[in-house]
Design a protein around this ligand. Structure first.
Ligand SMILES: Cc1cc2nc3c(=O)[nH]c(=O)nc-3n(C[C@H](O)[C@H](O)[C@H](O)COP(=O)(O)OP(=O)(O)OC[C@H]3O[C@@H](n4cnc5c(N)ncnc54)[C@H](O)[C@@H]3O)c2cc1C
Length: 306
């Protein structure tokens, strides 16, 4: 029996576990990936907006986070696969057969990139379908590429690729781009960027690697193929809340609903970071929410009010 089990070791979960440990709680941190850090592994640009820190990348910030939990006493299990969670009973079963129980549970499972779910998307991952624009751009210098999405991430990447690629095609579903004006103005005037609004990529095609995308412009029109070597999908994110979907209150998009103490509608079940923050997901928001949940749990457990 632990005082607290934290699920997810991104910035939110790490902060919560560290705070819980500092406040004297017996804490277990569970992470499904082999490494802690969450989305920090996807950030290849400098992070200048985390107060007091200048990091050249997510990896550098993660190094600072890791150093800061090094002397903590909480248990940290990575590569863990959770089979079921009973949030009311605070019981967790792992695929390995272990049964865990705690007084409080903190959900810090973050978000993952949304996929198109089309033919070729997973098959050609690493073979033309890119994971990161900023990290992989130079591999595609001199090649034609397609970016899917209409928000800031898609627009920013289109501009990035336009610096080194002969053509960049931006395909997005909506009538208008959702990206900020600073990006859209540049996109529409850039000589090698073509924007296809009200369009979808229906297939990613090739033999051993990406050779083309199939694009459908408007319902009813015949799809056509566009030869490209690279595809980057940036159509937003989705919360990792499937594991506990039926048990607690979520909003229509699957984000966990919490009060000002980061507590869900179930007593002693807290949710922190991006999984509970649809509108303003940030590293500082995530670490702050971790601190809030830990302090609330500690004051409850030490006052005997469970
Ligand atoms: C490219 C990029 C650039 C960004 N730049 C900035 C920036 O400059 N400034 C800023 O403030 N923010 C930035 N962000 C956002 C920031 O990274 C997130 O807000 C932050 O990582 C959220 O932390 P989190 O702990 O809530 O979630 P995550 O970082 O998503 O971590 C969640 C963790 O939970 C784990 N998990 C999920 N499901 C389970 C499960 N069932 N069992 C066990 N573990 C599970 C995941 O594997 C993951 O490790 C950026 C994000 C990206 C992708």
């Amino acid at each position: 029996m632990h005082d607290v089990i934290v699920i997810g070791a991104g910035p939110a979960g790490l902060s919560a576990a560290r705070w819980c440990d500092e406040l004297g709680l017996d804490t277990l941190l569970l992470e499904q990936a082999e490494q802690i850090g969450g989305q920090l592994h996807q950030i290849y640009n400098p992070i200048n907006n985390y107060l007091g820190v200048k990091a050249s990348s997510g990896a550098e910030l993660l190094g600072l986070f890791t150093a800061s939990v090094e002397n903590s006493d909480f248990d940290q299990w990575t590569g863990v696969s959770i089979e079921t969670v009973d949030l009311r009973a605070k019981k967790i079963s792992l695929r390995s057969g272990e049964q865990l129980q705690s007084i409080a549970i903190v959900l810090a499972t973050g978000v993952r990139r949304r996929e198109l779910g089309i033919q070729g998307e997973r098959e050609f991952m690493g073979k033309g379908v890119m994971e990161s624009g900023s990290k992989q751009r130079d591999q595609f210098a001199g090649s034609d590429v397609c970016i899917v999405g209409g928000g800031d991430a898609a627009a920013e990447n289109a501009l990035l690729f336009a610096e080194v690629c002969p053509t960049v095609t931006l395909v997005h579903r909506g009538k208008k781009l959702r990206a900020r004006r600073e990006f859209t103005e540049q996109l529409h005037t850039h000589h090698c960027i073509t924007v296809f609004p009200e369009s979808v990529v229906t297939r990613i095609l090739g033999e051993d690697r990406v050779e083309a995308v199939e694009i459908q412009r408007r319902e009813g029109l015949k799809p056509f193929q566009l030869a490209v070597r690279g595809v980057l999908v940036r159509i937003g994110v989705t919360p990792n809340s499937g594991l506990f979907r039926e048990q607690i209150q979520l909003n229509d998009d699957g984000y966990v609903s919490v009060n000002g103490d980061q507590e869900t509608n179930l007593p002693n079940v807290f949710a922190i970071g991006d999984v509970a923050n649809q509108t303003a997901p940030t590293i500082s928001g995530a670490t702050g929410a971790g601190a809030t949940a830990a302090k609330v749990i500690a004051s409850r457990l030490t006052s005997g009010k469970r």
